[in-house]
Design a protein. Structure first.
Length: 138
């Protein structure tokens, strides 16, 4: 069990801080964050179905087709999250400057005609030969 020092006003005895013992466990934070992420994914799946169910039935004959596709992507993302959670973050420190340069480069790609594409009045998509993606998704 770790101790947490909480600063408070000086008491009559002259002590300037109180020590509170709490049962802080690091794994509890991971469980909480993972649970919140899964709740958001579940909520987004419900929203996707509610907005695309009719369109999916008209276009593909199956009201669940877009939901199935999104669910498959969510499952792949969850597996990748589990794999990435096992990697020590300190291993990426030596690559941080390269990642920064790549991120800035992707931000600037949207302004190059032919690569940056406009959707909904906003020019925030990168159109490469294989895929069209938002630079913010990286």
């Amino acid at each position: 069990m770790q101790q947490l020092a909480l600063p408070i006003r000086k008491s009559n005895s002259g002590s300037s801080k109180a020590v509170l013992s709490v049962g802080f466990e690091p794994w509890l934070t991971d469980v909480t964050m993972t649970s919140v992420a899964l709740i958001f994914v579940a909520f987004s799946l419900v929203m996707i179905y509610s907005t695309t169910g009719v369109i999916s039935r008209e276009k593909f004959g199956d009201p669940f087709s877009m939901l199935k596709r999104q669910l498959a992507a969510a499952c792949v993302g969850f597996v990748l999250m589990l794999i990435c959670a096992r990697i020590d973050v300190r291993r990426f420190e030596k690559w941080s400057r390269l990642f920064l340069v790549i991120s800035v480069g992707l931000l600037l790609l949207t302004f190059i005609p032919g690569i940056g594409s406009t959707a909904g009045g906003a020019q925030r998509w990168v159109n490469l030969a294989l895929s069209v993606f938002s630079r913010l998704s990286l």
